[in-house]
Ligand binder design. Structure first.
Ligand code: SF4
Ligand code: SF4
Length: 355
């Protein structure tokens, strides 16, 4: 294990030597070894510590008191071999209820403020899978120095208003999941339209995030030197995009992925039952892109309801009234009702099997 930790730490140093200076880790990542790997690398980079930004995270649920939050920061500091964490995330906010839990009196945020006052961390930030308008609410409350959001060239319309709000507020926006959980490299043939001349869809997806002025940092996972090299090439070659170009990409996705939901959210305004249609349709994209079986979709749906875009939703697929207002508003003219009915059957199985 030590050998593999050292080998991975070497990769971190390789990335640093190539000019990457912003690193994202967390407890539990890589079988709970990620912070240890960074600890080895940061010890070796101790003389250049001022040139490295290190981020780690803590859940609001497991750190539901200020004392627990302080203890979690201390544990991460020790594992990372540093005196100070540059960015500490209130981690994985998937519902406003979790956000309020983190912010409650005597809760995680209060503990993190204390750590900040003691110089144990520099910036308190938040990582979230919420919808764009909910992210806007968090940004407007003004408690964080930055946000980390799941965003890529395929799903960006779904959270774009949140990224824009953060950009306007002058706080950093870090984009995670730039390759849509591996969908983009896996389906390069189907997604060829994303690429420009001499580019692969994977490169196009990375360059898109790097080129958006609203995105401060695009995170890219790596397990090999070649992946680091490719990310650096994309950063060197990408061009800054303006609002017109971003809108053109949005339209281009919409035209070329005409059976896919683009996450634009137009369908949501008219739903009398407040069903999170865009979230359900984005989830359904996986079936279309990956030709997934019902069994896999049910498993994925169960996970999305715990960790993903379907946590704490105000209504479920089965609540649909078949009124067709959403289909009339849909920019992609999708058969939303048919898809919701299929999803409702999967949800039923989740409840019956208690998944
Ligand atoms: S058809 Fe269903 S999902 Fe669509 S607007 Fe009506 S109730 Fe909402
Ligand atoms: S309007 Fe259509 S494409 Fe846009 S979010 Fe709704 S279902 Fe998806």
């Amino acid at each position: 294990m030590t050998c593999s930790l050292n080998k991975n730490a070497e990769l971190v140093r390789y990335a640093f030597d190539k000019g990457i200076n912003f690193f994202d880790t967390a407890p539990l990542y890589c079988d709970d070894k990620s912070e240890d790997i960074f600890g080895i690398a940061l010890k070796q980079l101790a003389r250049q510590r001022d040139k490295v930004y290190i981020c780690t995270k803590g859940f609001p649920e497991t750190n539901d008191t200020a004392e627990k939050a302080v203890a979690a920061v201390e544990k991460s500091l020790k594992r990372l071999n540093v005196d100070k964490i540059d960015f500490y995330y209130v981690w994985c906010i998937r519902s406003m209820k979790q956000y309020r839990l983190a912010m409650q009196k005597g809760g995680q945020y209060e503990g993190l403020l204390k750590c900040k006052q003691q110089g144990r961390l520099d910036h308190i930030v938040v990582s979230t899978h919420l919808r764009g308008e909910e992210i806007e609410t968090i940004v407007d409350e003004g408690c964080f120095d930055g946000i980390l959001i799941g965003m890529n060239i395929l799903n960006f319309p779904y959270r774009w208003s949140g990224a824009q709000a953060a950009y306007r507020a002058g706080i950093g926006v870090v984009a995670m999941n730039p390759l849509a959980g591996g969908i983009i490299p896996k389906y390069e043939k189907q997604l060829g339209f994303l690429a420009g001349p001499g580019q692969s869809p994977t490169q196009a997806a990375l360059e898109f995030l790097i080129g958006c002025p609203q995105i401060t940092v695009a995170l890219n996972g790596f397990s090999r030197r070649e992946q680091i090299d490719m990310a650096c090439r994309c950063a060197d070659e990408c061009r800054a995009l303006d609002e017109k170009q971003i809108n053109e990409i949005r339209a281009h996705i919409s035209e070329n992925l005409n059976s896919l939901c683009t996450g634009c959210g137009y369908c949501m305004k008219s739903c009398p039952k407040k069903i999170p249609i865009a979230a359900y349709m984005q989830f359904y994209n996986d079936k279309l892109l990956q030709d997934r079986s019902d069994e896999k979709m049910i498993k994925e749906l169960a996970e999305q309801k715990i960790y993903g875009i379907l946590v704490d939703v105000p209504a479920q697929a089965k609540d649909c009234l078949h009124c067709r207002r959403c289909e009339e508003a849909c920019t992609q003219h999708l058969n939303i009702i048919e898809r919701l009915d299929e999803i409702a059957r999967w949800e039923q199985q989740i409840y019956e099997k208690k998944l």
